[in-house]
Design a protein around this ligand. Sequence first.
Ligand code: FUC
Length: 345
Amino acid sequence: MKIEIQDILSKWKLYTLVNDNGMKVSFLDFGGIITNISVPDQTNTIENVVLGFKNYADYEKNSNYFGAIIGRVAGRIQDASFTIQNQTFLLEANEGDHHLHGGSGGYHQVIWRASPFQTDDTAGVKLTHKSLGGEGGYPGTIEVAVTYTLTNSNELILDYDGKSDETTVLTMTNHSYFNLSGNLAATIHNHHVTMESNEFVELDTRLIPTGNKINVSNTPFDFRTERKLGDGINSISAQNKVANSGYDHYFIFNQNKQQSIRVKEETSGRVMKIKTTQPGVVMYTANTLVEGLDLSEGKSRPYLGVCFETQASPASLHHAGFPPVILKAHELYEKQTVFSFGIER
Ligand code: FUC
């Protein structure tokens, strides 16, 4: 195991974790942004499987949230406001009338304090940050930590911890866009996904949850048996159309099942498995990714990556019956998501 550290633009640090199989994970202390995950394909060719900019300076804006830590609350908060314990809190409306991904000063824009660590079989970095009560409109001073650990079994473990001095809201995620074809060889239409989810959250035309859950049966949202992402991207179903043709929806995991997702790309043979303690995932197929950004292996275009934003549901702040994002004062927030990479011939 190895950790390499590089200075970037004399303001950020880039950490690269390398395991004994040659798998590499690189990320910045700025936003905790994962810039590169390099893993072997079936011919043992090691290639990058996430979208990242060619020039580090482009991460400064990063309006697509490439690879970043998202918080305090991942996803959209309707009308940029919520009420807890009879108190209403107003947040920044940074997408129309709504609040998206923690606002302009969210965790994706913070330089995190980084502490590297290493054992025989793991290498990692613990990123910590303190967000003050009132910042961005959110109540409670929170100490958060996100730890990235690479193992010799080609797993990337993301551990999220947090504690607040007042009751508040918190659901963090990582916004990596995966593309298992390797070095952007193709779009994600032919990525096959399997997950145990009977229901997903219906969206209105503003991508705000309506409060309804839809059963996946007989829809392109049924991933209980393997389905390719192209099915939803090319579908005329109203919910795929509303999301700008594709997926941008919260899938609720079935209770009492192991919460895991499997993603497979046939040409490369790469398989990614995601295991999480979170109650659901936003699967976003980069429907509105702008064209022509300079990425490390080519130009951006829609459907070039797929995000699996494991998290609770911000819809819970306005509707009953959704996985809650409330964190009580002094309660420990502890979540884990593991991405593991392999091949299948
Ligand atoms: C996802 C989506 C949004 C948005 C953003 C970049 O989380 O839910 O629609 O486009 O990422």
